[in-house]
Write a protein that binds this ligand. Structure first.
Ligand code: 5GP
Length: 181
């Protein structure tokens, strides 16, 4: 792995495909153990989580379902502020064991606003499986049950994560080169 140029930014190698696979397999093993007989419903949040979701789901060997949603955020009224809505959530999650699949938690704002909407539908349980978490950047509390990596507050790309639309197809994870911000 060497430096990677994407548009105006230079990225340096950070996590190898083998590092990522190790954590994905560990998370899947924990989920297989915790959810046996519960037929969990995975909800993958697109676009960024598509690669993580695919690899994780392949390693899930218990009965399970998956659906894919997109979160759209738009300006609500002055009192509601930013409103987040789920596009494509056509499954009934009432009484289901739900596991949200997300690529990265940064400030935590997105999930902090979205999760209460799911709780409202009274799932039997609701947990998060997240590949990357930037604890130093997190401003809104989010409780992550299944976490791949805690990472520093640096912009990352690859393995589904993009910079301005590019880089999602890279099988490794790169981070912005030191001093290149
Ligand atoms: P949050 O609401 O937690 O601040 O932001 C979560 C979303 O911001 C992620 O789902 C992702 O789309 C984007 N994001 C946050 N940090 C990064 C990063 O380092 N790289 C990329 N590519 N996207 C990020």
């Amino acid at each position: 792995m060497s430096f990677l140029q994407v548009k105006d930014k230079t990225f340096e190698p950070y996590l190898t495909a083998s590092d990522i696979n190790g954590q994905v397999q560990r998370l899947a093993a924990e989920i297989n153990r915790d959810y046996k007989g519960k037929r969990p419903l995975f909800i993958a949040i697109l676009n960024g989580s598509f690669m993580f979701s695919s690899d994780l789901f392949k390693a899930v060997n218990i009965e399970a379902e998956i659906c894919f949603i997109k979160l759209a955020s738009y300006k609500g009224t002055k009192s509601t502020g930013q409103v987040i809505t789920a596009i494509g959530l056509d499954m009934d999650i009432h009484d289901r064991h739900v596991i949200i699949l997300e690529d990265i938690v940064d400030t935590g704002k997105t999930l902090n606003e979205f999760l209460p909407q799911l709780h409202h539908q009274q799932p039997a349980s609701l947990e998060l499986a997240v590949l990357l978490h930037k604890p130093e950047a997190t401003r809104y509390p989010v409780s992550i049950k299944y976490l791949g990596f805690s990472i520093p507050d640096k912009f990352v790309l690859g393995y589904g994560l993009d910079y301005d639309g590019l880089g999602r197809n890279i099988p490794e994870i790169y981070k912005l080169k030191e001093g290149a911000e």
